[in-house]
Design a protein around this ligand. Structure first.
Ligand SMILES: [Cu+2]
Length: 578
């Protein structure tokens, strides 16, 4: 069973345990004897099963099990210890076990809340809040059922509940780490007299046609995607960004392009957002060949979804053969680009540059030809072999370059089952093909560093967070949400290793700005194929990725989930050079 599946099973068992105890307590309170005993027995069995899932999760990694071992397990044991002995022998008046069963239900429910609302890391504060909740709810039930706990018991309960509540709130509300303020000087890009590719992009609201329907968009130069920017390696790229009327501001982030920090386009970190009537000039040398894209980083979730993105391709020289960019996007619920068919002479070298500009993974399948994956995220692969009837999954923000000689008969590229590019009708569209695992594709070479100067672990989860004094169910990193996540501080020249752990139930496409990272391992299995230098990779539920890079691009860099709704809801942190 995968760790993701274990997490799901454990959550279901936790819900069933709590429901069993609570249901049993309620049934006992109304003297439904058989039902009460059956539910209590069920809760006991579920608790046993849960012991197995918790141990299995702890073996998969402490990050997955911490609060379950430290909070849920003791509370579950207390539940069994209090309720269990009162069921044997079966009591004459079942109502006498109502309070113990309810106590067990409150204990397991509050432990469940700790997992769902607090997550990783386990904290003393959250544990104490769970204890306070359990004791208070039990005391209230005891009274409501007309029983009279003795004065001594009442006093002890009151002291425990209030003490745990006060300490728990204190420990939970006081931030564990100092809040970081990102104040920086904005460095001017230096002028140069080298060969320069100049572009101007004007952002504004627009009406664009998608599959025959007019939809409202935010667009560069009134088109979605924006104009394709191309350069030859060595060129200086100079892009003037103008904002006509996007009230929430615009910037240009060069996704996957490791530009100097001042050109990275992150508002509040590397520049101020460009407001209506303003402009900003980006300038950087195109020294990385490959397939990239640009997009706004100002209110990025809305901005990119509404259409503020485009393609950036840097070629090594003149193109031989056919070179096609296919940026996939979902605009107003409709898929882009529109399907395109063109005749291609057999034998022509073809390069399809696949770009996922959405916030979720897409599945790509090339039917009618064998192909190789020449590059991922702009970086060439080592020794890619020929593939046939194999699909590829591209994470949010990611790019794959597929190459092949044009076949005699038609070929077609399908995205999530929809043909987007073809040279004619294919006789056999893709079926349930296996998916390429890039960690085992191509020819391996040794990791270039003998050791790591800095190591960081990022545990991705969900949790309750206060944002502008309002509670929200944030997407969290190590239990905190932006802007309260401590940055990862490195020195120039450090070799840095990140361990990225997904304890949540959803995919998080991770994206570090300004650097490509080398994949070391996934779920403790070392990467065995071509070195993979990625800027965007899907960390699926229960997965643990280890990646590394040399800190060679000083500045303050966003390090975030590229499901941009998650990034906006807290899952953004920063890599910072000291
Ligand atoms: Cu995410």
């Amino acid at each position: 069973m995968t760790t993701g599946a274990l997490l799901a099973v454990d959550l279901v068992l936790a819900v069933l345990t709590a429901a069993g105890w609570l249901g049993g307590g309620a049934a006992a309170a109304v003297r439904r004897r058989p039902l009460a005993l059956a539910l209590a027995a069920f809760a006991l069995l579920a608790t046993l099963a849960r012991a197995i899932t918790i141990v299995a999760l702890a073996r998969a990694g402490w990050w997955f099990a911490a609060e379950k071992v430290l909070v849920a397990a003791p509370l579950s044991l207390a539940a069994v210890a209090v309720a269990g002995p009162r069921l044997l022998p079966v009591p004459g008046d079942v109502r006498s076990v109502a309070v113990p069963l309810l106590f067990a239900g409150y204990a397991t429910s509050s432990a469940l809340l700790v997992t769902v609302l607090h997550g990783y890391p386990a904290s003393v504060g959250a544990g104490l809040l769970a204890v306070a909740g359990t004791v208070t709810a039990t005391a209230v039930s005891w009274r409501a059922l007309g029983a009279r706990p003795s004065r001594a018991i009442s006093r002890v309960a009151l002291v425990v509940a209030v003490g745990a509540l006060v300490t728990g709130v204190g420990l939970t509300v006081v931030p564990a780490a100092p809040v970081v303020h990102h104040g920086h000087g904005y460095r001017e890009a230096r002028t140069t007299d080298e060969p320069t590719r100049r572009f101007t992009l004007t952002a504004g609201t627009a009406t664009v046609s998608v599959s025959g329907r007019d939809v409202a968009a935010w667009a560069f130069d009134a088109q979605v995607p924006g104009p394709e920017l191309t350069a030859t390696v060595g060129d200086v790229v100079e892009v003037t960004l103008r904002n006509r009327n996007i009230g929430r501001g615009v910037t240009l982030h060069w996704h996957g392009y490791d530009v100097p920090n001042s050109q990275d386009g992150v508002p509040g970190v590397t520049q101020a957002a460009v407001l209506p009537g303003q402009e900003f000039v980006y300038r950087f040398r195109a020294d990385q060949v490959g397939t990239y894209w640009y997009h706004t980083h100002s209110v990025s979730d809305v901005g990119v979804r509404m259409g503020l993105y485009g393609v950036l391709v840097v070629r090594p020289g003149p193109v031989a053969g056919l070179d096609v960019t296919i940026p996939v996007h979902t605009l107003a619920g409709r898929p882009l680009p529109a399907p395109r068919t063109e005749r291609v002479e057999a034998g022509t070298p073809v390069r399809l540059r696949l770009i996922n500009t959405d916030s979720t993974t897409h599945r790509y399948a090339l039917a009618g030809t064998a192909f190789r994956v020449a590059a991922i995220d702009g970086a060439d692969l080592r020794g890619p072999t020929s593939l046939v009837d194999t699909a590829v999954l591209i994470p949010a923000g990611g790019r794959y370059d597929l190459v092949f000689p044009a076949p005699e008969t038609p070929m077609a590229l399908f995205v999530d089952g929809r043909a987007v590019y073809s040279t004619g009708p294919v006789s056999t569209p893709p079926g349930d093909w296996p998916v390429l695992d890039p960690l085992g594709y191509g020819v391996a070479s040794a990791v270039p560093w003998p050791r790591f100067d800095r190591t960081f672990t990022l545990v991705l989860d969900r949790g309750l967070d206060l944002h502008d004094m309002l509670p929200r169910y944030a997407h969290t990193v190590n239990g905190a949400a932006d802007p309260d996540i401590p940055p990862q501080v490195v020195r120039l020249g450090d070799v840095v290793r990140f361990t990225i752990v997904n304890r949540s139930a959803i995919v998080h496409p991770w994206h570090l700005h300004g650097h490509h990272v080398l994949v070391l391992s996934r779920d403790r299995r070392p990467a065995a194929g071509s070195p993979l230098w990625l800027d965007s990779f899907d960390v699926r539920p229960g997965e643990v990725w280890e990646v590394a890079f040399r800190a060679d691009n000083p500045g303050v860099w966003a390090n975030h989930c590229h499901n941009l709704a998650h990034a906006d809801a807290g899952m953004t942190t920063h890599l910072m050079y000291s």
